[in-house]
Design a protein around this ligand. Structure first.
Ligand SMILES: [Zn+2]
Ligand SMILES: [Zn+2]
Length: 326
């Protein structure tokens, strides 16, 4: 019995893995945000399982959903709107689709942190204790599909072709790998226009009371909504979630559905997925709108969150809030 589709899927997955490794491996070695972090570290095996799961199974599910929704939008979006948008130059259509997609996925991402049932799925992504391009693929399939939907809904509503939507998906996927990569690069004024690893790494800080930087591609949205924080010191803060989380691939897939598993993990007294490092960074730039801590859905998580050292404390790592330093 031959499974040509499976052979093809495996080939694409392995080639994609090599492309990512060739693109980001040298960058991570040359500009490491955490210089001591190894290329193969604790959690790499689980992240690799998520990578292959995504390429062999879940991306097909996402494409199926996108295709179905794209077809259904034809009945919902007025034909006149589509004709009007279709008369714009392609570059304008793509720019509008990207900006609207960024706004929509920003709202969805915030909802995933604020609504308990959504957080259950999104928390899987946040269980990564180390970040690099491979950890970007640690994502529950339902979280991945709904995020793809939010990101691409405007493009589909505008009537962009499946190929054009696919190109946006690939671009956003590459950018997603970049902002998770273990890289620290100063991009100057562009830091307000394009998401950077330093911002998204801070989004993964284990201190749940300070969740910030929800926009992956467009940090100006965080500035506008007051959730922008740019750490300026070395990245020594702990990553992960404060609540106890399973470690294996399959356990992480069932974790959002299995209330018994969650209860038993809590009862076992786990202290979360992150290590025992001090939280924080030496400095944090905040958007002009100030920063409002996000509501976190889990009271247990809030209880387990490590406190930030006070400003000016003698803790190993200090956090200094420099308001208005954009
Ligand atoms: Zn998040
Ligand atoms: Zn992330």
């Amino acid at each position: 019995m031959s499974w040509p589709w499976f052979t093809e899927a495996i080939t694409i997955a392995v080639l994609s893995l090599l492309v990512f490794a060739v693109m980001f491996g040298p960058l991570e070695r040359a500009f490491a945000a955490r210089p001591g972090q190894r290329a193969w570290r604790a959690g790499s095996g689980v992240d690799l399982a998520f990578f292959f799961g995504q390429y062999l199974l879940w991306s097909a599910l996402a494409l199926l959903v996108l295709d179905q929704v794209r077809g259904g939008l034809g009945d919902v979006v007025p034909a006149g709107w589509r004709r009007g948008a279709g008369s714009w130059p392609l570059a304008v259509q793509v720019a509008v689709a990207v900006v609207l997609g960024d706004l929509l996925v920003y709202g969805w991402h915030r909802a995933c942190h604020a609504v308990p049932v959504l957080w259950r799925f999104h928390a899987v992504h946040h269980t990564a204790e180390s970040l690099d391009w491979l950890a970007a693929h640690r994502e529950h399939p339902l979280d991945g599909v709904t995020t793809q939907l939010a990101q691409n809904l405007p493009a589909m509503a505008l009537g962009l072709s499946l190929g054009e939507v696919g190109a946006l998906v690939v671009f956003r996927g590459m950018w997603g790998a970049f902002i998770h990569s273990n890289v620290r690069l100063d991009v100057g004024w562009l830091r307000f226009a394009l998401g950077a690893p330093v911002l998204h790494h801070y989004h993964h800080a284990r201190d749940v009371a300070r969740t910030a930087n929800y926009a992956n591609l467009a940090p100006w949205i965080d500035v506008v909504f007051g959730t922008y924080q740019r750490p300026t010191g070395p990245e020594t803060y702990a990553l992960g979630v404060a609540e106890p989380a399973p470690r294996g691939y399959l356990a992480l897939l069932v974790w959002p559905f299995d209330s018994r598993l969650r209860r038993s993990l809590r009862a076992s007294g786990g202290s979360g997925s992150g290590g025992a490092e001090q939280i924080g960074s030496r400095g944090v730039d905040q958007g002009s709108g100030g920063y409002r801590p996000a509501a976190n859905p889990s009271r247990a998580a809030r209880r387990r969150a490590l406190p930030l050292p006070p400003i000016g404390s003698s803790a190993t790592v200090q956090v200094a809030h420099r308001r208005g330093s954009l």
